[in-house]
Design a protein around this ligand. Structure first.
Ligand code: FRU
Length: 475
């Protein structure tokens, strides 16, 4: 059956009226209804930021992929646009998978993966993934141009093209699976239509994954960063705890040369829910990244409400001299702030205090004096479902969620940052929390499903000292 954009639009119009919005985000992008996964085609075009996404309009489960579409002037207030791509085939008859967007003269070009089976879809031997092109002048309606790059012979998994321009040439990285080894392959083109193989940009060493999804390759300061989402890495201690990871390798590259890696793979975000991040350049030169704030095969309680999946906040990327990427929310987020409430508390000992009765859409700022805080555990708690706290015995900063009714319990954590104070900037939306540690040193993002929204600060088994604390309600 061929699925068309008009059918998707009709279904979305009906279904978006029937959502239960108790967990639907106020200021993060989510689909009007139905399923959403990866960010796709993030780009600035014609005065707008455009965000596309993997989308199944017909149900809250993953299914034949479409490209959902929204645009924004400020990265915060999003306007939904009609579905941009539907699997109308033949080259993408089983799904329009992830990809990217570039501005080519006065056109917006989407480069995406056509997903199709030749014959019985239950066998991966019949799977083909090819790269396709669609273009638009108005940034709303897209003309399909068909396949531009075939599956290399012998491969089946070959997807998620990310295209950029270097001088006069277009380049593209594509994720690939060669038996059980993840790869990123590189291509070059003069016109976006004809692509020439440039070899393997990077490949998984043993244990680094059987498939590398959603590669992105970009320059930050004078370094090149390969960001990707490997499938099949084993957890190690506190690292790589999610089903799939997302992270980066820093190195040096120039057209025509090999990618010389200078760092090992590092996770970009340490929360429960962060996958398939994609970056883009803002007109002012900022490199901004957005991820899918969910994880494959993790329960999504909002499915019962008619929707599933959301994006993270857009985050500005910076690189440190020791090849670490840091993420901080784009400054546009400040335009959401309403009144600031300072919390009347400076020390706490063996108690908890309610600091907000209804923490729904809020930016919370808490700076602990860690040199004077010897409580065994101190932090903030949203009802009894979420805690963000310092464990002084384990010397870790822990993000914990506890929703047994939704089959979601567990912790993610990072080593306790060094220094005498610890600054936490925490963004709550109706079903998400994003924690920025010490202005970007680390980030933890997770989905949460509060029933009550009372926010407490606490210190158990000892005292804790606050230097600054309070919150902005966000619009
Ligand atoms: C990553 C991914 C991509 C693929 C898309 C399908 O989450 O698996 O590799 O293109 O999702 O929806």
């Amino acid at each position: 059956m061929t699925l068309h954009i008009a059918d998707a639009e009709q279904v979305l119009t009906e279904k978006s009226d029937q959502l239960n919005t108790r967990w639907y985000p106020y200021y993060h992008l989510a689909a009007r209804a139905g399923w959403m996964n990866d960010p796709n085609g993030l780009v600035w075009f014609d005065g707008w930021f455009h965000a596309f996404y993997q989308h199944h309009p017909y149900s809250t489960e993953w299914g034949p992929m479409h490209w959902g579409h929204a645009r924004s002037r400020d990265l915060m207030r999003w306007e939904h646009l009609p579905v941009a791509l539907a699997p109308e085939g033949p080259e993408d008859k089983d799904g329009c998978f992830s990809g990217s967007a570039v501005v080519n003269g006065n056109e917006l070009a989407l480069i995406y993966t056509g997903h199709k089976f030749h014959g019985d879809p239950s066998s991966e031997d019949n799977l083909y993934q090819v790269q396709c092109l669609a273009t638009s002048r108005d940034g709303v309606n897209f003309t399909r141009k068909g396949q531009i790059l075939d599956t290399p012979s012998g491969l089946h998994h070959f997807r998620d093209p990310k295209v950029w321009k270097e001088g006069e040439m277009w380049y593209m990285v594509v994720g690939a699976r060669v038996e059980d080894t993840g790869q990123v392959r590189l291509y070059r083109s003069e016109d976006l239509h004809h692509w020439h193989e440039q070899g393997i940009l990077a490949e998984a060493p043993h244990g680094m994954g059987y498939m590398w999804e959603c590669p992105d390759f970009f320059t930050l300061d004078d370094k090149q960063v390969l960001m990707f989402s490997p499938q099949g890495m084993a957890a190690e201690g506190y690292a790589n705890r999610n089903l799939f990871q997302s992270g980066y390798i820093v190195g040096r590259w120039q057209p025509g040369e090999k990618f010389i890696q200078e760092s090992k793979f590092q996770e970009l975000d340490h929360g429960h829910d962060f996958y398939a991040p994609q970056s883009f350049l803002a007109p002012d030169g900022r490199r901004i990244v957005i991820g899918w704030m969910d994880m494959w095969e993790s329960p999504l309680p909002e499915q019962q409400d008619g929707w599933a999946g959301m994006f993270t906040l857009p985050r500005e990327l910076v690189i440190t001299p020791n090849n670490q990427l840091q993420m901080r929310p784009v400054h546009e987020v400040e335009s959401l702030r309403e009144e600031w409430y300072s919390w009347p508390v400076s020390t706490l000992k063996n108690k908890q205090l309610c600091v907000m009765h209804n923490c729904e859409a809020a930016e919370v700022i808490v700076t602990w004096d860690t040199s004077l805080s010897e409580a065994e555990q101190y932090g903030i708690a949203l009802d009894d479902g979420m805690r963000l706290y310092i464990d002084n015995q384990a010397k870790r900063l822990i993000l914990e969620r506890n929703y047994p009714q939704h089959n979601l319990c567990g912790q993610r954590s990072i080593p306790m940052p060094t220094g005498d104070e610890l600054n936490l900037r925490v963004f709550f939306d109706r079903s998400s929390v994003e924690v920025f540690v010490n202005d970007g040193e680390a980030c933890l993002s997770s989905r949460i499903y509060p029933q009550q929204r009372q926010l407490n600060v606490f210190a158990w088994s000892g005292n804790a000292v606050l230097k600054e604390c309070g919150a902005w309600n966000l619009r």
